[in-house]
Design a protein around this ligand. Structure first.
Ligand SMILES: O=P(O)(O)O[C@@H]1[C@@H](OP(=O)(O)O)[C@H](OP(=O)(O)O)[C@H](O)[C@H](OP(=O)(O)O)[C@H]1OP(=O)(O)O
Ligand SMILES: Nc1ncnc2c1ncn2[C@@H]1O[C@H](COP(=O)(O)OP(=O)(O)O)[C@@H](O)[C@H]1O
Ligand SMILES: [Mg+2]
Ligand SMILES: [Mg+2]
Length: 351
């Protein structure tokens, strides 16, 4: 509220300085004087890969502490938390989080359980990318054509013929549930061999991309992109001389970084930054998520035709360069914007 004799500019400056006192704004991001408490509910594998000493150390210096959440105890009895980070499976846990969000609106729960659930199903995962239909001077971003097979595997050949899907095809389990099985991929040179697979699954056109994919990590407004080795191209000759289905367990996780590899420049070139920024901004909004990554490929032989083939919630950030700086800045940014909202001037209702 403006004090007597104070101009709007002076009022703004005074409010900024109040925020600065609480968070002692120095260079870069504000340093909280009061500790920011981040509760985390993660698997032990995730805790190990995410909560590395370099993250905890930097966080401590910036006034952020990470506290483990016990999912078997009432959430309200733990904390208090400023932020809750989570990636645990199960309907029961989802309900606990939803209830907690209702009763503790002051806590930022990253991210909303319903929004996460949406990307755990490959039928819906890429829908927002398709709807976005992104096309500008920097390129186009689409998704490979796919069909969903819920029950009967014997219906696959007819469904593939009816929809005119082009060979080769990849089949992926419909639901991503964190299990190794949900990452088992099958590459088929003909539609008939897919009948040996167990639905529910999606059958997707395989897009040649020079054997390299781009992992686009998103943390709030920050974006980092790295190269990873991927499945090699399938040539026309290979397609005509081969038949059958090849299974690949956990292709993407097993894949090594391709950042230092000696690659054909046309394959190695990263997607243009403005295109990634627009894509990330739109998807953040449409998906309602702040922590995710995209697997993106560029059709081999083109300069600007991109496809998103996978979206992962709270991926392996430990593999993202400088993640400790990006993540701690993100947390401080969240706290600061929450504080600013709380101290924002109430809008006067017209009489
Ligand atoms: O295990 P990591 O650290 O490689 O992370 C996995 C991700 O790898 P990425 O960061 O994209 O290389 C991985 O990404 P991909 O699906 O392999 O592209 C998944 O996000 C996986 O989670 P979930 O098994 O689907 O629940 C992630 O597994 P969790 O760590 O969440 O169990
Ligand atoms: N449509 C596709 N075209 C080309 N390669 C693909 C396609 N879909 C998946 N792949 C390859 O298979 C890997 C695993 O598929 P992905 O959809 O990312 O599943 P996961 O969730 O298990 O990582 C990708 O990283 C990529 O190497
Ligand atoms: Mg993937
Ligand atoms: Mg995935």
């Amino acid at each position: 509220m403006r004090l007597k004799e104070e101009t709007e500019y002076e009022e703004e400056k005074r409010e900024e300085s109040m925020v600065a006192q609480k968070y002692s704004i120095g260079g870069g991001f504000p340093q909280p004087t009061k500790a920011v408490v981040v509760g985390y509910a993660l698997t032990s594998k995730k805790t190990k890969s995410f909560l590395q000493p370099k993250l905890e150390g930097l966080a401590r210096n910036k006034g952020i502490t990470f506290v483990a959440i016990d999912p078997n105890r009432p959430l309200s009895e733990q904390g208090p938390f400023d932020i809750v980070l989570h990636k645990l499976s199960g309907n029961e846990w989802r309900q606990i989080l939803e209830d907690y969000r209702q009763t503790h609106p002051e806590v930022t729960v990253l991210d909303p359980p319903d929004a996460i659930q949406h990307v755990y199903n490959r039928q819906f995962m890429l829908q927002d990318v398709a709807d976005l239909n992104l096309s500008d001077a920097y390129g186009t971003v689409g998704v490979p054509r796919q069909l969903v097979i819920k029950k009967d595997a014997s219906s696959i050949p007819d469904a593939v013929n009816r929809d005119g899907l082009k060979l080769p095809l990849v089949a992926k389990p419909l639901v991503v549930d964190g299990s190794a099985k949900s990452h088992e991929l099958s590459l088929a040179y003909d539609q008939y061999s897919l009948q040996i697979l167990e639905p529910p699954l999606v059958v997707q056109e395989f897009v040649n991309h020079g054997g390299v994919l781009f992992k686009v990590y998103i943390v709030g407004e920050a974006i980092k992109v790295v190269r990873r080795f991927s499945l090699p191209d399938v040539s026309k000759r290979e397609l005509s001389t081969n038949a059958g289905v090849f299974r690949f367990p956990r292709v993407s996780c097993a894949a090594a970084s391709a950042d230092d590899a000696d690659l054909d420049p046309g394959v190695a070139e990263l997607p243009p930054r403005p295109l990634l920024e627009r894509l990330a901004r739109e998807l953040r909004r449409r998906l309602g998520l702040r922590l995710f990554n995209l697997d993106m490929i560029r059709e081999h032989g083109t300069r600007d035709r991109y496809y998103v083939i996978d979206i992962n919630y709270f991926p392996g950030y430990g593999k993202m360069p400088e993640y400790e700086h990006i993540f701690t800045d993100f947390i401080l940014g969240l706290v600061q914007s929450k504080y600013k909202k709380r101290t924002a001037k109430p809008v006067e209702e017209p009489v």
